[in-house]
Design a binder for this molecule. Sequence first.
Ligand code: SF4
Length: 336
Amino acid sequence: MVEKKGRFIVPIFITYQGCPHKCVYCKQEDITGVSNALTEDEIKEIVSKAIGSKKYSKAKVREIAFYGGTFTNLDKEEILRLLRIVRPYINSYGFDSIRISTRPDKINPSILGLLKNHKVETIEIGVQSLDDKVLKASGRGHSSEDCIYAAKLIKEYGFRLGIQLMLGLPMQDEKSFLDTIQKVIDLSPEFVRIYPTIVIKGTALESLLLDGRYTPLTIQETIRICSKAVEMLEVNNISVIRIGLMNSQILEANYVAGPYHPSLGHMIRCRVFLERLSRLVNKTDIKTHTFKIPKDKAALFWGHKGEGLRILKGLTGATNIRVLKERGELEVRLEF
Ligand code: SF4
């Protein structure tokens, strides 16, 4: 059997459904641009469109994902309705499995048993932080213990575990965030997503901001802290599959403050790459250091709007950086 490469995920947003809370930063319908329950026809249309898209490939692991709500807190009837609607794509179209996202406090043995019987193979939980004071200040309505219990149970039942985290939450400093990253590493999820906190119009976080009781992170702070987190996770073989919110016109129309930038994920990836590069340079006893950069990493080297050279100079202390060969594999010389 040929091993499949990459994943093709069809996202179906069941926005806000099943959610028993109102986190201080949340206005789900403004983030995803969808607010009503989806009918069977609408779901089938979403999947059919995805199958007709250019990125669709049978060579990839193909999954249908229910995102955006608290899937496991829906009525059992609704859970079964949604799973049955997409089941034919598994049976007849060769899709591999279903994935869902949910809150950590809505995971229990009985729901995991049900999901296991309906081809769900991946469960993402919105942990956001493993610091109880941060969870409380963010109005999450669950504890870090709930997250750890859920993560362990999901793994015990043999699901792939995904963990969603947020950076820049109220009461969260760099240490709190990086401590959370270390605890997440101990839970061994298959992957992590990191979302910077954005202040959206009409949320409790906007009121905190206006009262002077919340200060969002800047883009530069987000890049600096998030790149440390990505490095910690990836050296422990945990994939970071998303950094930053999806670009959306509705989100932009409701944006108030915070580190929102369409290229934020790329900027963080560049920073991680350049920091790795800088660690290869032994600058104590050399005048120059030359290295080669594979073609597929060139964009990370150049950085967002070409700022890679400036960043690398700052990280290494190089007085000059010369790109000796620009085509294909790059050849770069640092001078000290
Ligand atoms: S758990 Fe929080 S972030 Fe998620 S949908 Fe509910 S209120 Fe929004």
